[in-house]
Structure formats: structure tokens, C-alpha cells
Write a protein that binds this ligand. Structure first.
Ligand code: ATP
Length: 678
């Protein structure tokens, strides 16, 4: 914990106070991080560097943190680089005067485009010395690449990459770099390319950067007072920053406030606010009502229908809300009734252009004295004639962008199940019972437009069974069972919590839940399926090592039409060889015919989980005492594409291991809530 009290000297004394932070200094830190797998040492490198930035150039703290977490902006800003391997190879070739064929050959041999860039770079004669890269300059350059649009966008993206690459390693004195040593060393080109690919591959989880940032800040503040940071202060700072970030996941807002007001005062200045979507609270799976009763064991809980649609977080501020309106971020700009509103998805994407019909009717269900709110809801396809909800498949057919209200074919109804913010105040710490009361007081149901999630507070097994049957008859997926009173019933942003359990009707006899997996590769079809892929290699995600771990091959559950659709989409993402961050069996007979960029997430059902030497899922979770086998799915079946999940939001290795262990022995899970997004 007290890494900052170690005697390590400031390792990067090479820029003057107030000067822009050199990108080379960050790359030096990255190279030190890359050489270890020990979390404490990784954290020490990061904190020391961030502390140095705070001491010398605090204005650069935000861009530094962004480059460390491989992001250009918060998720809701919707800014993505959108660059495939081929564009990067083109840029490397053109910058270094090597042909694309040579670059491709190198990539085949080395398998890491970052190192290919290092190798290409070190053979390049330097005619003139470009200006060294700074952190601000790199972020600006990358932002330029991400936001290019319109005609010739691809070409201009390549130009942007070339500009950065040709300035990379300007001050390097090492001459020819041996890429087999020290993982290629602190090369700027290597980390630039990896940033462009979306994976720095340092084993540097976002959560580690957050903790390092808190430690750096506490240490910096202590040093300014001529003190040594105490363990208690380090822990307090870490806890404050974690809480603040879970309610307001935007470094753009948090970092300037932290520098200005100090980390210990951050909670007063950074609270949940309309316009910044928070990561939703998630549930743990269960496979029997008795398991639910065991879990809550005498504490009051409530059951709600589990609607089968799309999660929607609705943010709203009335135009006459005064100061609050001016504080809410510009993302909340869609006019809605008497105010402005935004709708965000499960992964913080702005859905306002998908659901203009919800925004247009919002004024009919928001009561007049409700001036601002953040609602957690499910948007569900609605049958206007029969006045009932429709299965998820109907919602899938709805257009995803630029929907015109007059053209809406699939009508949706909003089912609200939680209220997180009301009239200028965050209410996440109130009990669910209190939040529900406020929800009911602040909104009014309008048939086919807005409804409260159907709920039932009975505590008996038979009552729950009846309610579960009713939910399924009403086209729902099953039940959500939630702690109702006390501090444990508070809303826990970004947590997969034991205080929310899901019971899905389909899984009562299976493993309790479906899995959301990333498609890494495919096998050509046989017989009727020769023109498409017939089977696929899927993986779960390990956020600690930042790798995708294979978990099954799948060839069941696909219609011919779906196979064709998948073939078309996946063909665009084919790569020559597996990415270095794919954990898969290297043996020849298990190789898929083609590999893909990690882009698509699919929901998959399975009969049960088993151990197999062929797959790598959960190997680091200690499920196999011999350490040779991973977890794999038996009889996996494709259910649907999960557009609302990014690859790093796929089911995690730890969740797969939890499911495996639970099936081994159906004992009470006493584990703590886990963060879902780290
Ligand atoms: P994960 O598999 O990661 O838990 P998911 O999106 O697949 O995420 P589900 O297993 O379907 O989640 O269960 C949780 C989801 O159920 C929520 O994200 C929400 O979209 C939906 N939902 C429907 N009704 C409710 C409800 N009453 N309370 C909470 N969530 C609900």
C-alpha cells in the first residue's frame, strides 16, 4: 500500500518545470511497467511518474492519464480511433520507406505491430531531426486522427499516423534497437502503434491507473506540506477517488477538480450529475429460488420483472433548473419537453438518436415539479394493439441511428426500475425502498410509454415461484431480486453486486446465466456452408492481463441467413495472425482457419462448463490444480449479437471461473461485489 514511501528516486528528472511533459518520459514509464507483472511495482512506476507530472506540469495530468488508459475521451463522447491493422501497416511502411509487403512479412514473423514499427524505425536513416513528441502533442494528434470524417478520411488518418510516427523517437540515442531485448525498450513508435491498435499490452488495468493517480495525488499534497504520506491518507484518497469515479466516470471533470480542490475535498465537487452517464449496477446470476433465499437470509428483498430489452439510463434537466442546467455537460443537449435530456446505453453510448420517440413523449410522464433526474430503465419493444411487451427479437429489428419519429416501426415502452438522482441531488446512497418511493412520486405511468417495473415484496418461496411464472408469461426473462432496505440496498455503480440477483427462467436447470463472448477466429464451413464460416472460436476477457482467453468453438444456433450476415461483417476484420493478446492453444490442429480483430460480442448459452487442455479461460483463476486446463463450454449455442457490449465488456475470466465453481458445488457465494468494468 505504501509504495510511495519507498526510497526510489524520481526516475524521470528530464524536463523542466512548466514545460510540456515529453512523450518519451511516459514511454520510459511504460517500458518499466512492461518488464514486470507485479501489480505493486507497476503501481509504483505509475504513481511516481504521475507525481512527477503533478510536481512539474500539473496541466498535463489529464492527457497523461488518458494516454495511460488508452482512451482519448470519456466513453460517452463517442470518440474512437477506428483504425484497423492494415491502415497502421500502410502508415509504418510509408513513414519508414519500407514496402507494405515487407511490413506484412515482419508482422507475420513478429506478430506485434508495435515491434514491427520499432524494427522499421531502426533501419530508417534520419535525414533531419524532428521535434520531440510531447504528451499534449500526441493526444492532439491522436484526436485529430479519430475525428477525421468525410471524403478521403482513411487517407487523412494515415497521414495523421505518419506525422506522429515520423516524430517518434526523435531524441532516441540508442540507434538500432534490438526488439528481442527488454520487449523493445521505451520506443515511442511501439507505444504509439499499440495505442492506435487499442491495446497498450502493459498489464496496466484502468483500475491500477486510478489507484496510482490517487496515491500520486496524496503523496504530492503531503510533500507540499513537507510531510510523508500516511497509510491512512493513501487509503482514504484511494477510496475517495474510486467512489467519485464510479459516480462520475469522467477524468475530464475529475482531474481538474482534484488539482484545484485537493483529493480529500473531491467528493464535494464531483458528484453524479445529469449529462455524465455512470456505469450501471449489475447483478449476479443464480440458478434456484432457494439460492436467492439463502443469500438474503432474513433480510428484506424485493422481486421485479426482468424485462428483456435494452438498458437505458435517462438523464434530464428542466430548462428552469437554473444553475444545474448550466452545470450539466453539453452531451445533455437534446430538447425534451420542458428540458434537455440524453439516453445512454449500458456502456455509456449516447442513444438519443436511436430513441427520439422516448424523448418526444418524456413530458407526458415527468411530473412538473421533477426538475432533474437520472433514471435507470429498460426500453422494451411494445405491441400497440395488444398493449403488452414484445420479445427482445422485435427490438433488434429497430434502426440503431438517426431514427425519425414518423418512421418508427417498433414502438418502445420505458420500464423504470431505479432512480439515482433527483432534483439536484444524488440519491444512490439511499435505500432502494426510499429510491422507489421517490421514483413513484416523481413520475406518472402512461400506457405504452412509461411504466414502473412490476414488483412484489413477498418473501416466501411459493410467492416468488408464482411471480417468476407470471413474469415469463408477460414476455420477461425472469426476475431481478434486490436488497430492499439498509445501506446494502444502495445503488452501487459499476458493481456486479450480490445485492442484486437475477433468476432467468431458461437457466434454472443450467449454469444460471448465458455468457457474452468475443469472436476471435473462424473455421470454413463444410457441405452446405462452404461459402461462409461454419464454426467460430470464442473467448472471454481477462481484465487483469488484458487478454482474451479462448473458451469454446461454436457451430450451433446459427440460421443460414445469420451465417451469411456474420460472414459479411467478420470478413472486414480478418487479420493475418492472432493478436499477441489472444491466449489460445498454439497446437496446429486447434488453429482456426481465419483470425479476426476483437470486435464482436455474442451471447451464448451452454449446457455446462468443463475443464479442457484446449482452452485457456480462467486458467489464472486456479480452477485446475495442475494449471494445465482452462474452462470450456459444453454444447454452446449462439443466441444473439450483443451490440451493446464492447469486447472488453465480455464475460470476464473471473465470472467464468465463478460459474464453473458454482456448478461444482451449489454453496452460498459470500464473495464481495466485483467491479465489472475493471
Ligand atoms: P451481464 O450479463 O453482464 O449481467 P447483461 O446486460 O447481459 O449483463 P443481464 O444478465 O441480462 O445483463 O441482466 C441485467 C440486465 O437486465 C440489466 O442490465 C437490465 O438491462 C435488465 N433489466 C431488466 N429488468 C430489470 C430490472 N427490473 N432491474 C434491473 N435490471 C433489469
Amino acid at each position: 500500500q505504501t509504495v510511495l514511501t519507498s526510497k526510489a528516486k524520481d526516475p524521470y528528472p528530464d524536463w523542466k518545470p512548466g514545460e510540456p511533459v515529453p512523450y518519451a518520459a511516459l514511454c520510459k514509464t511504460f517500458s518499466l511497467v512492461e518488464l514486470t507483472t507485479k501489480r505493486l511495482i507497476i503501481m509504483e512506476h505509475c504513481s511516481l511518474f504521475l507525481r512527477q507530472v503533478l510536481r512539474l506540469t500539473p496541466d498535463d495530468l489529464l492527457p497523461t492519464v488518458l494516454l495511460m488508459i488508452n482512451k482519448l475521451a470519456p466513453d460517452y463522447a463517442g470518440i474512437e480511433l477506428g483504425i484497423g491493422e492494415s491502415l497502421i501497416m500502410k502508415a509504418i511502411g510509408e513513414t519508414t520507406g519500407r514496402s507494405l509487403a515487407v511490413i506484412k512479412q515482419d508482422q507475420k514473423e513478429i506478430g506485434d505491430l508495435g515491434l514491427v514499427a520499432v524494427k522499421s524505425r531502426s533501419t530508417q536513416p534520419t535525414m533531419f531531426k524532428p521535434k520531440a513528441l510531447t504528451i499534449q502533442g500526441v493526444l492532439k494528434g491522436l484526436m485529430g486522427i479519430a475525428t477525421v470524417s468525410g471524403n478521403g478520411a482513411q487517407g487523412r488518418k494515415v497521414d495523421g499516423i505518419k506525422k506522429l510516427l515520423s516524430a517518434a523517437d526523435a531524441n532516441s540515442t540508442t540507434g538500432k534497437v534490438d526488439i528481442t531485448k527488454d520487449k523493445g525498450g521505451p520506443s515511442e513508435a511501439k507505444y504509439l502503434v499499440r495505442f492506435l491498435e487499442g491495446k497498450l499490452r502493459l498489464g496496466l488495468a484502468e483500475r491500477t491507473v486510478l489507484v496510482s493517480l490517487a496515491q500520486a495525488m496524496v503523496a504530492h499534497e503531503a510533500t507540499q506540506k513537507g510531510q510523508v504520506p500516511s497509510t491512512a491518507d493513501l487509503e482514504k484518497g484511494e477510496s475517495i477517488l474510486k467512489t467519485v469515479y464510479s459516480e462520475l466516470p469522467s477524468y475530464d471533470v475529475i482531474i481538474p477538480a482534484m488539482v484545484k480542490y485537493g483529493i480529500m475535498n473531491l467528493r464535494e465537487h464531483c458528484k453524479l450529475r445529469p449529462g455524465v452517464p455512470l456505469k450501471p449496477m449489475l447483478a449476479k446470476p443464480t440458478k434456484a429460488i432457494t439460492e436467492v433465499l439463502d443469500r438474503f437470509d432474513g433480510q428484506t428483498f424485493t422481486c421485479e420483472y426482468k424485462y428483456d430489452g435494452e438498458r437505458a439510463q435517462i438523464h434530464y434537466v428542466a430548462k428552469d433548473a437554473g444553475e444545474e442546467l448550466s452545470q450539466s455537460l453539453p452531451s445533455a443537449t437534446t430538447e425534451a419537453g420542458r428540458g434537455v435530456a440524453s439516453i445512454f446505453s449500458r456502456n455509456s453510448e449516447d442513444l438519443s438518436k436511436k430513441y427520439p420517440d422516448i424523448l418526444a413523449k418524456l413530458h407526458t410522464w415527468v411530473k412538473e415539479d421533477t426538475k432533474s433526474f437520472v433514471l435507470d430503465c429498460e426500453s422494451v419493444a411494445w405491441d400497440v394493439d395488444e398493449k403488452k411487451v414484445l420479445p427482445f427479437q422485435q427490438l433488434m429489428t429497430r434502426k440503431k441511428k438517426d431514427v425519425k419519429i414518423d418512421d418508427v416501426k417498433v414502438k418502445v415502452c420505458v420500464f423504470a426500475f431505479d432512480l439515482l438522482y433527483l432534483n439536484g441531488e444524488s440519491i444512490v446512497e439511499k435505500s432502494l425502498r426510499e429510491r422507489r418511493d421517490l421514483l413513484v412520486k416523481s413520475f406518472q405511468p402512461v400506457e405504452g410509454e412509461f411504466s414502473f417495473a412490476t414488483s412484489m415484496n413477498g418473501q416466501e418461496l411459493e410467492e416468488i415461484q408464482v411471480f417468476l411464472d407470471e413474469s415469463v408469461k408477460a414476455s420477461c426473462e425472469g426476475l431481478m431480486v434486490k436488497m430492499l432496505d439498509g445501506t446494502e440496498s444502495g445503488y452501487e455503480p459499476s458493481k456486479r453486486s450480490r445485492n442484486w440477483l437475477k433468476i432467468k427462467k431458461d437457466y434454472l436447470s443450467g449454469i444460471g446465466d448465458s455468457l457474452d463472448l468475443v469472436v476471435l477466429g473462424a473455421y470454413y464451413g463444410k457441405g452446405k456452408r462452404t461459402s461462409v464460416y461454419g464454426a467460430f472460436l470464442l473467448a472471454c476477457y481477462n481484465p487483469i492481463s488484458d487478454t482474451y482467453e479462448t473458451v469454446c468453438n461454436i457451430g450451433t444456433g446459427f440460421s443460414e441467413a445469420v451465417l451469411e450476415e456474420l460472414h459479411a461483417a467478420l470478413s472486414e476484420t480478418v487479420i493475418d495472425r492472432p493478436k499477441p493478446f489472444y491466449a489460445h492453444s498454439a497446437g496446429g490442429q486447434h488453429q482456426p482457419d481465419v483470425w479476426f480483430e476483437p470486435r464482436f460480442v455474442w451471447e451464448v448459452k451452454t449446457a455446462d462448463l468443463t475443464l479442457s487442455p484446449r482452452y485457456k479461460a480462467g486458467m489464472k483463476e486456479g480452477v485446475d490444480p495442475s494449471g494445465e486446463k482452462g474452462i470450456s463450454l459444453r454444447f454452446p449455442r449462439f443466441i444473439k449479437i450483443r451490440d451493446d457490449k464492447k469486447p472488453d465488456e465480455a464475460t470476464s475470466s473471473r465470472q467464468v471461473a465463478e460459474m464453473y465453481r458454482k456448478q461444482e458445488s451449489v454453496t452460498k457465494s459470500k464473495g464481495p461485489a466485483v467491479d465489472d468494468d475493471f
